[in-house]
Structure formats: C-alpha cells, structure tokens
Design a protein around this ligand. Structure first.
Ligand SMILES: CC(C)(COP(=O)(O)OP(=O)(O)OC[C@H]1O[C@@H](n2cnc3c(N)ncnc32)[C@H](O)[C@@H]1OP(=O)(O)O)[C@@H](O)C(=O)NCCC(=O)NCCS
Length: 442
C-alpha cells in the first residue's frame, strides 16, 4: 500500500517557488472550503464555466482521494485562491500480456494566466516526478491539453486515440451477424453496468486504467452542469443468446447543423462510449448504431486507432479518421517498467538510455525468452558493452506499450542503431498485436 497522501511536499520545488515569493503546499481535501477553492481554481485554469454547487459537491465526493497540490501567491489580491494546481494518484496501467504496472497519474495541471511562464508548471511537474520516484512508482502518466508541453519532462505519447466520422448513407454493414438482443437501459443502469464491465475488460487492452466513479457519472450524464448534453443520452445493452450481458453503448442523437439544418433525415449520432466483452457484442452494437433511422452521420470520438469496424463496412472510404496522441508516459525506472509487460518475440538488446532529468539514464540489457517474459539488467553505467540502440527516455516511453514502431522511431531519428538491425529486433519484441488504447481522459 503506497501512502501517497502522507508523503510530504517536495522540498526542492518548495524552495524554488519560495524564491519567487510563492508557496507550494498540499490541500487538505477533507477541509471542504479549502478544497472547493482549489477545485474552482482548477476549473478556471481549464477555462471551464463557473461550476454549480452541485458540481462542486460531486467533485468533493469524487476526487478527494487524490494528492492535491496548490501554489499560492501571498501578494495576490485574493491570496487564498491558488495560482496553480496539480493532482496525482497511483493507478494500475494495463500493459501487454494482460498485466498492469503501477503508474503515477498526474492531472489538473493549471497555472493561472496571471502567473504564466514563470516556471511554476515546471516546479510542479518536477516535484511530481520526484514524488513518484520516492514512492517507488516506475512511471508517470498523463493525458494532455496540448502536445507541446510535456516532452521536455521526458513524456511521450504511448497510446493514440482516433476520432471517426462515418457517412452511414455510403457505408453498409458487411460484418458478421450478431445473434444476441439489444435493449434500452437508462443512463443510470448503464453507469452501474459499465463500471463493472470496464473492470472485467481493462486488462485486455494495454493503455487502459481503472476508471473512478465520478468519471463514469460524468460520462453517463449523472453529474456535471451540461444538462442539454445529459438529457439527450441514450443507452443500450447487448445480451448474447444465453442472456449474458456482453456489450454496452451510450450515445446521443442531435439534429444536423450547417447546410443540412432542418433536414430531419440527417441527424448525427455520437457514440459517447462503447464497451464490449466479445467480438459478437462489438458487431451487434456497431451495426445497431450505424443503422439508426433518420441518422446520416455517426461520430465516434476517442476510439482506438485499430477499430475492427473499418473492416465491417461496405465502403471503407465512408469513414473519416483523425488520430491524435492521448496517453502520455514517462518512464522513471527502466528495469521495473520493462519487466512489467510481456513481449511478442524473443530477443536480446542493449538499450543506451539518455534522460535529461537523470532517472532513466544508463545501459540496460533486455532479454526476452521464448515465453515472452522480459528480464532487464542495468549495466551500472559501465559502458563496456556495445549498445544495440541509443535512445532518449521519451522514445523508450513511446515504445513501451507497443503502439509505436521502433523501426519508425529509428527512421525518424529518435532511435540510433549502434548495431545494425537492432531497431528491427526491438520492433519484433515490443510490437503489440492490438494498438494500445485509453478510453477516458484523466
Ligand atoms: C500549460 C501551463 C500549465 C504552463 O504553465 P507555466 O507555469 O506557464 O509553465 P512554465 O513557465 O513552468 O513553463 C515550463 C516550460 O514549458 C514551456 N511551456 C509552458 N506552457 C507551454 C505550452 N502551452 N506550450 C509549449 N510549451 C509550454 C515553457 O516555455 C517552459 O519551457 P522551458 O522551461 O523548457 O524553457 C499553463 O499555461 C496552463 O495552465 N495552461 C492552461 C491549462 C493547461 O493546458 N494545462 C495543461 C493540462 S495537460
């Protein structure tokens, strides 16, 4: 059990910020007024609408178990409101092989526009990495508002997501017939079932994490201030022939905008969440969603980059795809991280890792046996051995879940082959048959 709430605030960043007249401290989330002030600063930092008291209460109940940090400026007009926020907690990140590794999730990184570009975010991020390391957590993870911020701290995208838009007039279902049944359920019933189903399936997809209750409440429209959004949500369950629940979908249908506004046959269906335990349920749910009457376009934001549905339609050009980086990782402990997953092929590789912040720097011998288990030996910086490849910690973090090809990183100049052919060896070892995917934001 990691006592991440009791760990004292990082002294190095405390000192660095105090030199700038700023105070770094943990928030006592059991003190509701103090926590509410922090939550409002966090929401303002992301340009969110002023939250209702109902929304604040849901946050207080839902995320109080996170390590909650703020920065205060005693000279500000409202000195009680933090000028920067961050929260963090340990979670189980799924890695290839139906396994998981402990990861330090970092969220709510905001700096007030009045205090931007003074090094506050840097102090917060560096403190989070030191805290994670002191707790023995081998890697840090986050999802990002912009892809330009976190590379400098050693993070890299390790799982991508894909926004799909499907022209349903053009694409007809040619996938397998699903023999089960579909039934409407309420968003509240969806909320109950999805939490359990996600827990059953999350180890099947590298990149997934345990989803906390408040996030399911938000996805299901049971909390949050966007009532227009939540009243439009519809949920269906898929039961197989034996009556077992094996799939769930949540969606909403809205009238077309723009040129098609007013045309009642051109509604847009947006898939808010779809989860399946069997291929049959996947096919049954997708077919249902693609064949709803009065809908001409299905939007499926935040799906995996290798959705089978693209092979289940008569016209693959009816799908517009827009992939984006979603899950970012930062390896802190190379040995523990690389040993946590299984590999696709046996092999042997000496990785020479460079890390500007020092955590991962060193030579590591990775040996994968015929069963796919990896053993890592840190070579104590002896530099006697010839490295197979040289790469920085960002490239290693991008490679880790198997969603990014080593051959491609080598072609991009991010992996240098010290021994010819090593990138191909690395590629065959790290490759993951299904692309890693994280289905939520955190
Ligand atoms: C992004 C944000 C947290 C940066 O805070 P900040 O205190 O201004 O950042 P810092 O002054 O510590 O900058 C640290 C480094 O990041 C760079 N940086 C900061 N924000 C950046 C951005 N949006 N894009 C690219 N680089 C950025 C700085 O140039 C600096 O680089 P350097 O140290 O290598 O020279 C802040 O602008 C913010 O709150 N934005 C809105 C909310 C948000 O997007 N949060 C991120 C959530 S994932």
């Amino acid at each position: 059990m990691i006592d991440y709430l009791a760990t004292p605030i990082d002294p190095t960043s405390t000192e660095a910020l105090s030199m700038k007249g700023l105070h770094l401290a943990l928030v006592d989330t059991s003190h509701h007024a103090e926590f509410e002030t922090w939550l409002r600063a966090d929401i303002r930092g992301f340009h969110g609408a002023e939250p209702t008291s109902e929304n604040i209460a849901a946050n207080i109940a839902g995320v109080a178990d996170r390590r909650t940090t703020g920065v205060w400026d005693a000279s500000a007009l409202d000195a009680g409101v933090p000028v920067a926020t961050v929260s963090s907690w340990p979670l189980e990140l799924t890695v290839p092989g139906h396994r998981h590794v402990k990861a330090w999730a970092i969220s709510s990184v905001t700096v007030a526009p009045t205090h931007r570009r003074r090094g506050i975010a840097r102090a917060l991020l560096e403190a989070e990495l030191r805290t994670a390391r002191s707790l023995g957590i081998p890697l840090a993870t986050l999802t990002v508002s912009e892809s330009t911020i976190y590379g400098r701290f050693g993070f890299a995208p390790a799982a991508f997501a894909n926004n799909l838009t499907i022209d349903t007039r053009r694409a007809h279902w040619v996938g397998p017939e699903a023999s089960g049944r579909l039934n409407f359920i309420t968003p509240a019933q969806f909320r109950t079932e999805i939490a359990q189903m996600h827990d059953r399936v999350r180890l099947t997809s590298a990149g997934q994490i345990p989803v906390w209750g408040k996030r399911w409440d938000e996805i299901s429209g049971l909390t949050g201030d966007d009532k227009e959004h939540s009243t439009r949500l519809r949920a269906v369950r898929y039961d197989d022939l034996s009556g077992a629940l094996t799939g769930l979908a949540l969606y909403r249908v809205t009238e077309a905008q723009g040129e098609s506004a007013g045309d009642f046959s051109q509604h847009v269906l947006t898939i808010e969440y779809l989860c399946h335990e069997t291929d049959e349920a996947y096919a049954g749910l997708w077919r249902y969603l693609l064949e709803v009457d009065l809908v001409s376009r299905v939007r499926a934001p935040h799906r995996s980059v290798d959705e089978p549905v693209q092979w289940q339609l008569s016209d693959s050009r009816a799908i517009a795809q827009s992939p984006w980086d979603h899950l970012w990782l930062r390896i802190l402990d190379v040995t523990a991280t690389l040993e946590s997953r299984t590999y696709s092929a046996p092999g042997r590789c000496i990785l020479r890792v460079q890390d500007d912040l020092g955590y991962a720097t060193g030579d590591y011998l990775l040996e994968v046996d015929a069963a796919g288990s990896g053993q890592v030996r840190a070579m104590d910086g002896s530099r006697d051995a010839t490295a197979s490849v040289s790469l920085d910690v960002n490239a290693l973090s991008a490679l880790f879940l198997g969603g990014t090809s080593a051959a491609m990183l080598a072609a991009a100049g991010l992996i240098a082959e010290d021994e010819s052919g090593s990138a191909a060896v690395l590629e065959s070892m790290f490759h993951s048959p299904r692309a890693p995917w994280l289905s939520v934001w955190f």
